[in-house]
Design a protein around this ligand. Structure first.
Ligand code: BG6
Length: 523
């Protein structure tokens, strides 16, 4: 029903037919950042082609990049700048198809350069990379503002970060120097702490941009506006009026080409330690003293501090996991996780998890947050649903046979970005009969900016609000590392698969809710 509403309102963001037009003047304008150079480590890799370069191109097309700008691709592959440009244009054409605009590309192409880079050799940094960088900075007049974007496998992070530090490239000389680090940031508490230490040895925290691309989604950013720029929600946003909250991120995709990574990660590392817990923090946090990176990140950190540790001896009361077997997504038959290329036939890696999270503070005491995320589920959907308490006095009890459905507010992150509030009204004509109505808001289809576009812009604007701070990453790992370790040591091979592809997940997840007298919103 939700998606129909958005279609009537003019289509969803994912179905956009025309490219958006961004305002670069006026009170709601998106500011064009100052001059800078973007150095992409992993320039010939998948992330660069799928996400970073298409986002740079789209920013260029919408006139959101400074004139004084360049990209220096750094990668292990030996190739010339012309070859690099050729690779980039095919990646961008691939991403935009018929919407590819030759003139925007022509404005960008001369700003692309490439330097073959041996990530582990310090002399590469002191010689070829530094020289190229200085040359490009002079040519494009970027004033020494540099962004080092690590689009490389996490096993290389330590090397590249330390080399940037020891060779002096991390120092701010005349302009800013930022480093962008993709997830996963560590694979448990110890490795995250170690990586933070290495980062700290080379960069100051104000230079560090740890990405969680969910935080940069337009609709996720809107959670704060909805909560704190409207007086009608905040008085109700607490244990007196809210029964429970559900946060869902379900996907229809399977593990795709990422089995190597996923077999080491699983859904809790891949989705919960970062995206799911960040969504929870934005939903649960107190009003910050100001809308700025530090005050907002302070409040997110306080939420993580207030989460009750999971009791590992009674984990099944709080956590349910699953792995998909064969099934159907739409009309297509798809293999089970253990049959995917690169996955062990006896893998016990979870592709689904559901969790009950309790926050021990004044606002949320007694209000469970139920989180679920999984691959190969029946629908792709990311949303936060706020379930209010039922009305206290049933003055209709003599005339109504059914209980009154409590109010529900759903913040749709994806697809059909928007929100929906369910209210009770009288059914016209009937004596006493209630009719739940749904008030729906869909984001206008021309104003949604991709998460990676926000990531790049904010990093150029020196704004860390949408990024994860050092403490945030360690807090979430410290909550989840014991859970992961316990599950890894207790999950038996014959426990999986326990849900077919195309379903809404394993029965254990439903039981988690049923035990509390609640149920998941249908996907
Ligand atoms: C990534 C995970 O961080 O987020 C993927 O590694 C997941 O496994 C993806 O598919 C979901 O994000 P999006 O933006 O594709 O919904």
């Amino acid at each position: 029903m939700d998606s129909d509403v958005c279609k009537k309102a003019g289509g969803t963001a994912s179905q956009r037919e025309t490219e958006p037009v961004y305002r670069t003047t006026g009170p709601c304008a998106i500011k064009i950042p100052g001059p800078c150079g973007l150095v992409i480590f992993g320039a010939s890799g998948d992330l660069t082609k799928r996400k970073i370069l298409p986002s740079v191109y789209r920013l260029q097309k919408n006139h959101l990049l400074p004139d004084q700008f360049f990209i220096l691709g750094a990668g292990r592959t030996e190739m010339s700048t012309d070859q690099f440009r050729g690779e980039v244009v095919s990646a961008v054409k691939n991403a935009f198809g018929k919407d590819f605009d030759e003139s925007s590309w022509n404005e960008l192409v001369n700003k692309l350069d490439y330097a073959p880079t041996n990530y582990t050799a310090p002399e590469t940094y002191t010689q070829s990379l530094r020289q190229k960088l200085l040359q490009l900075e002079k040519r494009h007049q970027t004033g020494g503002n540099r962004i080092f974007y690590l689009a490389i496998p996490p096993t290389l992070y330590e090397n590249v970060i330390s080399n940037l530090g020891t060779t002096g490239l991390s120092r701010e000389e005349g302009g800013y120097t930022h480093v962008v680090i993709e997830k996963p940031f560590g694979r448990d508490l110890d490795s995250a702490r170690r990586l933070n230490r290495i980062v700290r040895d080379s960069f100051e925290e104000k230079q560090v941009y740890r990405i969680d691309h969910f935080l940069a989604l337009e609709t996720v950013q809107n959670i704060l506006m909805l909560r704190f720029a409207n007086s009608i929600f905040e008085p109700l946003w607490n244990r007196s009026y809210i029964d429970h909250i559900q946060i869902t991120a379900s996907e229809t995709l399977g593990v795709e080409q990422r089995a190597g990574y996923y077999e080491e990660a699983g859904v809790i590392r891949d989705m919960f330690q970062n995206h799911m817990f960040q969504l929870l923090a934005l939903t649960a946090m107190e009003p910050p003293v100001a809308f700025g990176a530090e005050p907002v990140r302070d409040e997110r950190a306080k939420v993580f501090d207030s989460i009750k540790p999971f009791p590992t001896d009674r984990l099944s009361d709080y956590v349910a996991i699953g792995q998909y077997g064969r099934g159907k997504i739409g009309l297509n038959s798809v293999p089970g996780y253990r049959e995917e290329k690169g996955v062990s036939a006896k893998s016990v890696i979870p592709t689904f998890a559901a969790m009950k999270v309790l926050i021990d503070n004044w606002r949320w005491n007694g209000v469970p947050f139920y989180l679920r995320s999984g691959k190969r589920l029946s629908r792709r959907r990311t949303e936060i649903s706020i379930h209010f308490k039922p009305v206290p006095y049933l003055m209709f009890s003599n005339t109504l046979n059914e209980p009154i459905e409590p109010n529900r507010l759903v913040l749709r992150v994806h697809p059909d970005e928007g929100m929906n509030l369910v209210l009770q009204t009288k059914n016209p004509g009937s004596e006493v009969c209630l009719n739940p109505i749904s008030m729906d808001f869909c984001y206008p289809r021309d104003v949604l900016m991709d998460a990676y576009e926000w990531v790049l812009l904010n990093c150029m604007h020196d704004d860390q609000l949408l990024f994860v701070r050092e403490d945030g990453v360690e807090q979430t790992w410290s909550l989840l590392t014991p859970v992961i370790e316990r599950l890894e040591s207790t999950t038996a091979v014959d426990q999986f698969p326990n849900y077919p592809a195309g379903s809404s997940g394993p029965e254990e997840a439903d039981l988690l809710m049923k035990r509390d007298g609640r149920e998941w919103r249908p996907l």
